[in-house]
Design a protein around this ligand. Sequence first.
Ligand SMILES: Nc1ncnc2c1ncn2[C@@H]1O[C@H](COP(=O)(O)OP(=O)(O)OP(=O)(O)O)[C@@H](O)[C@H]1O
Length: 273
Amino acid sequence: MTNPLKIAVPQETAAAAAQAGRPLLQVRQVSIDYRLSDRAVRAVHQVSLDVHEGDRFILLGASGCGKSSLLKAIGGFIPTSEGSIELAGRQVQKAGPDRAMVFQEFDQLPPWLTVQQNVAFPLRATGVKRREAAERAFTYIEKVGLARFADAYPHQLSGGMKQRVAIARALALQPRVLLMDEPFAALDALTRQRMQQELLELWAEFRFTLVFVTHAIDEALLLGSRIAVLSPHPGRLRAEIDASRFDAQDIASPDFRAATQRIHCLLFEQAHA
Ligand SMILES: Nc1ncnc2c1ncn2[C@@H]1O[C@H](COP(=O)(O)OP(=O)(O)OP(=O)(O)O)[C@@H](O)[C@H]1O
């Protein structure tokens, strides 16, 4: 069955990029500094990454290593100090609907809007007609299993349900890249596991390109097809790991444990470097 709501890919750009064999997202020698009143803090130092169409790309590192800063720069929310970020061959300079973001916080949904309105609102803001926005919003609300809650307000939902709404809202925009900043970190362990599984199911259906920030090694191995391990403060690219062979059934396997150990060593060694 064809899916009319498959993530939209501008054909000419995608074809051109694919023809040139270029990654969808190119991060080149990017550094990010924050200016404080008396000094500058370097959060990210000369990181280069290639993210290809359909990748589930993980930015993994200890707290404070600059993962969120890098994600925000990809989103166009903060500037880089040096280097460049290109999406489909175009320089990222500001935020845009081609990069939808899901955050960790449960309060990312305007509380005065229903679930349906929360998902439809950004679509309307990007010029989608009212009826199409309503239909598309409801389709994605169904996809995340919240059809019965379309008229509920955020305060009537659990943390996991709010994150599902945030995911539906982001996917409904049909972005070129879905950016997720530790979206499950504030959930209890069981809900987190369920959400990870659901995210993989959504990916299997829509094959979106995902850039996902986490500090949890098991989450990175489960969700990622590729993992960029970042060293601590300022974040530098320490290693890139292929994680495409793992899924939920592998968690107890020797291969999964070995990969966990290897990443642990990378993080541990660098912490003492
Ligand atoms: N707005 C800001 N102003 C000044 N410094 C900042 C700002 N945001 C982040 N930083 C600093 O930049 C560094 C990287 O922060 P960032 O939040 O990107 O790291 P992170 O790896 O995502 O951390 P966490 O996992 O704890 O969220 C930290 O030292 C942090 O204190």
